[in-house]
Design a protein around this ligand. Structure first.
Ligand code: PLP
Ligand code: COI
Length: 356
């Protein structure tokens, strides 16, 4: 499919762009363009285009505004020393988008079209890819029900878009251990629900818990399994790993209620490559607490596209405080290795990087 390009009538000035790139933050500045492909039940996927970034005109009855029929992805593009711009395992995002699409009764997007939509946007806005330490261009593909119809059924008109935003550390400032609030009042997902889909409602549902976390001085929420007592699942936007003193990694198994993180899968691979044993299984708060106390668990970290690998400093479970070792060596070393592959300074032995 050929993408039709419409240049931005008033592109961001080079001076303003330099100002933004000097301090990108996370998710506040957006590039000059967006990739767009619309779909209808009768015609399938229509023409693909790169349009100037700007507000979307949407009928007030558009189904997404009422029933949240929406999915998204998150990935990053990195500027390498060879001058090329690369993204990390994009086919995995294409496949996850389509798994989310099936769950939310949205149309699947052909994988080639997904990759092309990234290539076209990034080549148009390549000046926006930052190259500072830990910085990248965050790419946000998303798909929503645009049909104006208030009956509850899968929409017959859907829009797919990609926006891009220069990004630094998700938690702001330098890398430091985050504090986690254990959600007791709210759950994120249950068997048969939408937990494994990357759909807006999961994040809307996490916000009340995130408000509690913020009120307690915490950065993120840890959600528990609603059926298995005190079994941990994941954070609002990240997967969780524990590191043991005898060089094992432990992470909750994918049970259908957890987002299948691409960073999670990559961490598991890198850990196995260095001879670590990786256990994907049930992990309880009691095991975490006891392990920290007796020294058998030495580190904990969160991982995801936005967060990369971020050490978990401590957990707050109501009045109970579960301490951790702060920023551990294994966490930092896996983080360095992953970032090395992503930014092109380390060997990409699994062929994970895709030149856009
Ligand atoms: N879990 C949730 C709920 C997320 O939103 C994310 C972020 O995308 C992740 C885990 C990590 O997934 P990935 O590593 O593919 O970014
Ligand atoms: C990501 O890491 O890409 C996410 O989607 C997490 C969060 C920003 C929603």
């Amino acid at each position: 499919m050929t993408f039709h390009h419409t240049p931005h009538p008033t592109p961001t000035s080079p001076e303003r762009l330099q100002e933004i790139l000097a301090n990108p933050g996370f998710g506040t500045h957006f590039t000059d363009h967006t990739s767009v492909i619309d779909w209808t039940a009768e015609g399938g996927w229509g023409s693909a285009r790169v349009e100037p970034y700007g507000p979307i005109s949407l009928d007030p009855a558009a189904a997404v505004l009422h029933y949240a029929q929406e999915i998204f992805e998150g990935m990053k593009a990195y500027r390498h020393a060879d001058g090329g711009i690369y993204t990390f395992r994009p086919l995995e995002n294409a496949r996850r988008l389509n798994r989310s699409a099936v769950r939310m009764a949205l149309p699947e997007l052909p994988e080639e079209l997904f990759i092309e939509s990234l290539e076209e946007l990034v080549s148009t806005d390549k000046a926006w890819v930052p190259d500072g330490d830990g910085e990248a261009l965050y790419l946000r593909p998303f798909m929503f029900a645009s049909e104006a119809f208030l009956g509850v059924r899968p929409a017959n008109a859907v829009s797919y878009r990609v926006i891009a935003s220069p990004a630094g550390n998700y938690f702001g400032g330098e890398l430091k251990p985050v504090r986690i609030w254990v959600s007791r009042d709210y759950i994120r997902a249950a068997p048969g629900g939408t937990g494994a889909a990357k759909t807006g409602g999961n994040y809307a549902g996490s916000l009340a818990a995130q408000q509690q976390a913020t009120a307690k001085g915490c950065d993120q929420v840890l959600f528990l399994d609603p059926l298995r007592e005190n079994a941990i699942e994941e954070l609002g936007g990240m997967n969780v790993f524990l590191v043991t003193a005898d060089n094992r990694l432990i992470t909750p198994a994918l049970t259908g209620t957890i987002l299948e993180g691409i960073t999670r899968a990559s961490v598991i691979q890198l850990a196995k490559d260095r001879g670590m044993q990786v256990e994907e299984r049930q992990v309880t708060l009691e095991e975490w607490d006891a392990g920290i106390t007796d020294g058998s668990i030495t580190e904990a970290f969160a991982c995801g596209t936005a967060a990369v690998i971020t050490p978990i400093g401590e957990l707050l479970d109501g009045e109970r405080r579960i301490a951790s070792a702060g920023t551990g060596e294994v966490t930092l070393s896996i983080r360095e290795e992953l970032l090395g592959i992503q930014t092109g300074t380390g060997e990409d032995r699994h062929g994970w990087m895709h030149r856009l």
